[in-house]
Each structure stands twice: as structure tokens, then as C-alpha cells.
Design a protein around this ligand. Structure first.
Ligand code: NAD
Length: 285
């Protein structure tokens, strides 16, 4: 059965490294990295993610400011808050938790964040840089998947990689990362005619469709690498992904669990991006 790609262990190790770096820097008189986390409204899933991000900042010695805004805040007020953090020299990263209430434009707010402080990596400039092989701040979830694969020393050159899902925040940047790593990449989405046929060909499969159980275990190519980005809360309170884990693990060589796979890596890469932005900022000041 498959070896586990342990995102929890790797995330913990990466965080310990950031904590050491921050402690040493602060001991020499430098300011710590600063992250501003903005949440609009009270979506329960978002609240869990935001609380986790704040907790992780604290744990590694990062300075974090949290803004919880009422769901009926105007676009102009939200823009003004982002402008404030763009200009704030103690802030290295700005994150606006998505999804936003329907009257607000995510695209507008993503473009408003200065690309150098865009630690989610969603700004068109950062996505564009990834597309032309000059990655700067990279979207956290796909970047976390790459770190997990690199740490397991999995060489992706020439591999048939299939990405299920084509969202701006996961599927698309995931495909760009895999292309950058030398894989031959297929992107599938809700209009794909024969998902099973694509999945069966995959040496490396990354699933981010948000559909529990979408990928059946018997579709997995023997010896494949399976990365499951999906997260769903089941009726009994436990979490599951988009892939039938037990059956897939019988065929795959490597697989990510849910929970404990991609989820913890996303947070680790958010910290990575904030530390990266801070390093450049403190070096220039
Ligand atoms: P999304 O809804 O924005 O995008 C889903 C994508 O899947 C779309 O491109 C859609 O076309 C495609 N899709 C839907 N049904 C499909 C099907 N039957 N066959 C093929 N493609 C299909 O979702 P998202 O924001 O990209 O998130 C996807 C999943 O990943 C969700 O479960 C989300 O909770 C999870 N997620 C996890 C992390 C993490 O840190 N682990 C981060 C972000 C998202």
C-alpha cells in the first residue's frame, strides 16, 4: 500500500525553522514579520481557517493583526483598509479570507493588495510571474503540494500529471507549478467529458474539485502519486477528501491523507510567503 505524504509533519518542521529564524532576527533587534488577516462576515469554515492562521502566526513569533469586518462593509471601506496595510511598514503580508459576501468583488480586492504583500499569491502579477517561470509569491496550496512532493524526492520531469479542478486559487496555479516542475500537464474541470479516462492515465494526480468521493480508488494508476486537496466535513464530524482514500491507497505509491496532507502545508506556505516578504523588506530598510 501507498506511502503517506505527511503534510502535518512537514508543516511542523517548516514552522520550527521559521520560528528559529524569527527568534534570532528579533534578538538582533529586527522587527518580526507582520501579517494582516482580514475576514468579512462570519462564514463558519472561514472562521476556522482564519483562527488557524492567527494561531500559527503567534506560535512562530510572527506579529499578526486581525480585522473582523461586518458582512455589510462597503467595497470602498474594504479597499481603504487594504490601502492602510499596503502603506504600513510593520506589515509584510495581507490576506483577505475568501469567499467574500456577494456584494463585494474578490477580483478588485485581490488587485488592490500590493503584489509584494500578496502572501496568498493571487494577484494577477504573481500569477503571471508563475506562468512565465519567474515565480515570486506563489499561491499557498499548490506551493505546499510542490514542497511535499520535493521533500519526498519525487522527480516530476516528464510525468503525466492530471489536475482535477481549475479554480483560480488551486487548480490553475497547481497546473502552472507542475508545468514549471517539468511535468506534462492535463487540467480537467466540470465540463471534462471523461474524467475517469484522464485519471487512469495519471502518474501524478492532484484533485481539487470539492466533491467528496469524486475519484474512485479503482481509477488510480498502479504506482501513481495521489494528492487530495479536497476537504469535507462528514455527518459524523470527521473530515474526508475528494478521493476514496482507502481504495486509492491500495494502488498508489504515494498518497496524501485528509486531514494531515495538503491542509497543514497551505498554512506553512502562508508563513513561508510572509517570511520571504519580510526578509526582502528588512534587508532593504
Ligand atoms: P472551486 O469550487 O472554486 O473549484 C472546483 C473546481 O473543480 C472547478 O474548476 C470545477 O470545474 C471542478 N469540478 C467540479 N466538479 C468536477 C467534476 N465532476 N469533474 C472535474 N472537475 C470538477 O473549489 P476550490 O476553491 O478550488 O477548492 C476545491 C476543494 O479544495 C474544496 O474541497 C476546498 O475545500 C479544498 N481546498 C483545500 C485547501 C487546503 O488547504 N487543503 C485549500 C483550498 C481549497
Amino acid at each position: 500500500t501507498a506511502q503517506i505524504l505527511d503534510g502535518r509533519a512537514l508543516s511542523t518542521a517548516l514552522q520550527a525553522g521559521f520560528a528559529d529564524e524569527i527568534t534570532s532576527a528579533v534578538a538582533t533587534g529586527l522587527r518580526p514579520p507582520g501579517l494582516a488577516v482580514i475576514q468579512v462576515g462570519e462564514d463558519p469554515a472561514s472562521s476556522v481557517y482564519v483562527a488557524n492562521k492567527r494561531k500559527t502566526c503567534e506560535k512562530i513569533g510572527m506579529y499578526s493583526v486581525s480585522k473582523d469586518l461586518k458582512a455589510d462593509i462597503s467595497q470602498a471601506e474594504l479597499n481603504a483598509l487594504v490601502d492602510e496595510y499596503n502603506a504600513d511598514p510593520s506589515i509584510d503580508g495581507i490576506l483577505v479570507q475568501l469567499p467574500l459576501p456577494a456584494h463585494l468583488s474578490a477580483a478588485e480586492i485581490i488587485e488592490r493588495i500590493h503584489p509584494d504583500k500578496d502572501v496568498d499569491g493571487f494577484h494577477p502579477e504573481n500569477i503571471g510571474k508563475l506562468a512565465i517561470r519567474q515565480p515570486a509569491l506563489r499561491p499557498c496550496t499548490p506551493f505546499g503540494v510542490m514542497k511535499l512532493l520535493q521533500t519526498a524526492k519525487l522527480d516530476l520531469y516528464g510525468m503525466e500529471a492530471v489536475v482535477v479542478g481549475a479554480s483560480n486559487i488551486v487548480g490553475r496555479p497547481m497546473a502552472l507549478e507542475l508545468l514549471l516542475a517539468g511535468a506534462t500537464v492535463t487540467i480537467t474541470h466540470r465540463f471534462t467529458r471523461d474524467l475517469e479516462a484522464h485519471v487512469r492515465r495519471a502518474d501524478l494526480l492532484v484533485v481539487a474539485a470539492g466533491k467528496p468521493g469524486l475519484v474512485r480508488g479503482d481509477w488510480i494508476k498502479p504506482g501513481a502519486i495521489v494528492v487530495d486537496v479536497g476537504i469535507h466535513r462528514q455527518e459524523d464530524g470527521s473530515l474526508c477528501g475528494d478521493v476514496d482514500f482507502a481504495a486509492a491507497a491500495e494502488r498508489a505509491a504515494w498518497i496524501t491523507p485528509v486531514p494531515g496532507g495538503v491542509g497543514p502545508m497551505t498554512i506553512a506556505m502562508l508563513m513561508h510567503n510572509t517570511v520571504q516578504s519580510w526578509r526582502e523588506r528588512v534587508a532593504c530598510s
